[in-house]
Design a protein around this ligand. Sequence first.
Ligand code: NAD
Length: 495
Amino acid sequence: MNKLELFIDGEFVASRGDGIEVTDPATQEVICEVPFATADEVDRAVQGAKETFRAWREVPTPERARLLFAYQDLLKKHQDDIARDLCRDTGKTWEDARGEVWRGIEVVEHACSIASLMMGETVENVARGIDTYSLVQPIGVCAGITPFNFPAMVPLWMYPLAIACGNTFILKPSEQDPTVPNRLMALLKEAGAPDGLVQVIHGGREQVDALLTRPDIRAVSFVGSAPVAKAVYAKAAANGKRVQALAGAKNHLVVMPDADKEQAIASLVGATCGAAGQRCMAISAAVLVGGAADWLPDLAAAMAAVRPGPWDDEGAGYGPQITRAARQRILDAIESGKAEGADCLLDGSECGVPGYPKGNWVGPTLFANVTRDMSIYAQEIFGPVLVTSTVATLDDAIDLVNANPFGNGVSIFTSSGGAARRFQREIEVGQVGINIPIPVPLPFFSFTGWKDSFFGDQHAYGKQAVRFYTETKTVTARWFDEAPVYGPNMTIRLK
Ligand code: NAD
């Protein structure tokens, strides 16, 4: 069987670690074996990244930007190849897979403007003859740990900006769909990256622990589920590292009775079922205000019209869940919702797809009359399951959302500017959509989840990521020598 390689010091190398099988989620066919890197291999990756850092930090900023320009060009040329791998590994639909690659390329494009992003500040004459200015410098070896649901985009949130800032990087991709990061590395090498600039070690918990404790690693970017994010944050911080840990979510969409009904329903269906609900910004809870509750039968009908299927089925709205275990976890959540007394208006537990009897399918599922204490409301289900609650007023909706511990994304659908403005001011969630169901900011902003959806200070990508991957040095300077006098051929003659 094809055993995936590690990428260390510019070469793909066989790992001596044991591995696990990676399977196609629509067929269960084995794609490859992913190795779990040994401690020696992790050490080699860290040592190589440390050595490369010494040279890379001296490379002029415009030259570093030029590598990123070449990289984004190659990523665009290979967008379809990467998307095809994503379809096989994750089961995403073709459009969804291409979209994921594009969202990653946008971060690389942004990283190309690193010279402007790393500018310091100056105040001349803070006292007579004294100037103060700040330098923005790289921090060293950084590490990234990424989840299964965006095996291209989330790594691309991290290392392009980290290396643009002058750092080196070690990536530990999800072991559930690990092939795409290797392809991303082959393209980075082709773009001209020096050996050791970005290293990839495959593995799971043990390899993550190694990265969190190795003293030479200065900063850790993590994206994954809330319990793991919290533990990773605590361990990395206890080991003296700078950490940003992006976590899970329960994203609400508030539907006001004055909303455009057709748009609101279409958005709810797309944002719940798209990518099989395996998005950290998926909508998984709808709050129907006043008369919007009457739209439930139409919402159920619209969700029932969506069906999962394999990536090349153009009629499929979304693909399979990533693993059998993930599918089973969702089926268990649906059962607990029924047992807790929520009304199951649409049940996707028995979903099958002709020709794909072994696929990890879950059909669209809709619950009504869900209360805060039910586990289907409290937990992130991470599947095509929408729970709905009915409230009387906008205030009630805001209270409900604010009481939820997660704060990744939220959306309101309304035709009232006043309602929308009050919502954006009072809602305690970091990314707000107004008549937009999935308000993921483009890379010149940052990805600003709040509360239990984020542990750390500086967020992913955008200006905040540049602060995360750099150190600011403030210089206060005074000179005692006289200004030199220039001769006619620009030689300096001291008086
Ligand atoms: P996960 O937490 O299971 O795994 C994420 C990474 O952590 C993987 O690389 C995995 O190998 C590693 N890991 C798993 N268990 C670990 C442990 N006990 N100790 C150390 N490392 C461990 O997450 P997942 O299932 O791959 O991804 C889905 C989750 O990620 C969802 O909760 C989703 O909301 C979240 N997510 C959040 C964002 C965001 O921006 N906030 C983006 C994408 C995904």
